[in-house]
Design a protein around this ligand. Structure first.
Ligand SMILES: C[S@@+](CC[C@H](N)C(=O)[O-])C[C@H]1O[C@@H](n2cnc3c(N)ncnc32)[C@H](O)[C@@H]1O
Length: 278
């Protein structure tokens, strides 16, 4: 992609209807789990071969853990949807990836696609369950990661329930990483959201706007995390793009949804939590 192609239009008007919205108030999505039609539309719209957004997140995590140790950790891709993030981890050499979602259409798809990319020595497991009660013992995963799904939670209390469940199933000194959109009232937020929407497939725009208005703010995440015992340390921060090698940049550039490389700065957050020692 050239600088010219990335040049965004600044609007005088309100092309996406965002400017009249009060982003200090959260508007939840109409439901947490998709109906069958929405689930199939999500898979079709988001799980295409060139998609690079999960690659970008997997590379962030690889940098966090270091190239050598990432292979050895057990990862849960929580609310995995089509399971692209877990597949990216398999591509980076992670030995054990678990896929979780509450929707069987999603978990069947995730399993089928992951089996196509498995190498010798790698294993996958699939769990279909409500996110607040994942049927695995305490202390099961080195990393519980959840991409683009916490904004689906109906309320901040539900978010708290989910974060407590993630902590239960994480090993002592293990990590939870939440990557999602954030709601914000900062001046840059509307401009960055409009830029993102300009580089989004038109049929996805009406689905993405509700994610922006349903996303939790950094302050809301901070208050939830502070209310949960058993956390050694945590960080709630704007998302920063990973550094890309030439080869990885070529893959990102091949993704025709250029909006994926704009999912940083004022519109996306990261919550990184380390569980305390036993
Ligand atoms: C927006 S999709 C994101 C999927 C995937 N992580 C991604 O980045 O493409 C949200 C996913 O969360 C799942 N989900 C939402 N609420 C859930 C719940 N209460 N229990 C289990 N899964 C849930 C949905 O089924 C859906 O697959």
């Amino acid at each position: 992609m050239t600088q010219e192609e990335l040049k965004v239009r600044q609007f005088d008007s309100d092309p996406f209807g965002l400017r009249g919205f009060d982003f200090s108030v959260r508007v939840p999505e109409k439901s947490e789990i998709f109906d069958e039609g929405e689930a199939r539309a999500y898979i079709e719209g988001c799980d295409y071969p060139e998609s690079a957004d999960d690659l970008l997140l997997a590379l962030e995590v690889q940098r966090m853990f270091g190239q050598d140790s990432i292979g050895r950790i057990r990862i849960l891709d929580a609310m995995c949807g089509p399971g692209r993030l877990g597949r990216e981890f398999l591509g980076l050499g992670v030995q054990s990836v678990w896929f979780h979602d509450g929707d069987e259409i999603m978990t069947s798809h995730a399993k089928e696609e992951a089996l196509k990319v498995l190498n010798d020595g790698q294993t996958i497991n699939v769990i279909t369950s409500p996110v607040e009660s994942i049927p695995v013992p305490d202390n099961s995963f080195d990393l519980v990661i959840c991409h683009n799904a916490t904004h689906q939670m109906a309320s901040i209390d539900r978010l708290g329930m989910v974060m407590r469940e993630f902590l239960r199933i994480t090993v002592p000194l293990g990590h939870i990483v939440i990557a999602d959109y954030q709601r914000s009232t900062t001046p840059n937020f509307i401009r960055a959201s409009e830029e993102r929407l300009q580089f989004t497939r038109p049929e996805i725009v009406p689905l993405l706007i509700p994610s922006f208005t349903a996303a939790f703010s950094k302050g809301e995440f901070g208050s939830v995390v502070c209310s949960i015992p058993g956390i050694r340390k945590f960080l709630v921060t704007d998302a920063e793009p990973p550094t890309l090698t030439q080869k990885k940049w070529e893959r990102v550039d091949a993704d025709f949804v250029k909006g994926h490389i704009m999912d940083y700065g004022p519109i996306s957050l990261r919550v990184i939590i380390q569980k305390e020692e036993l």
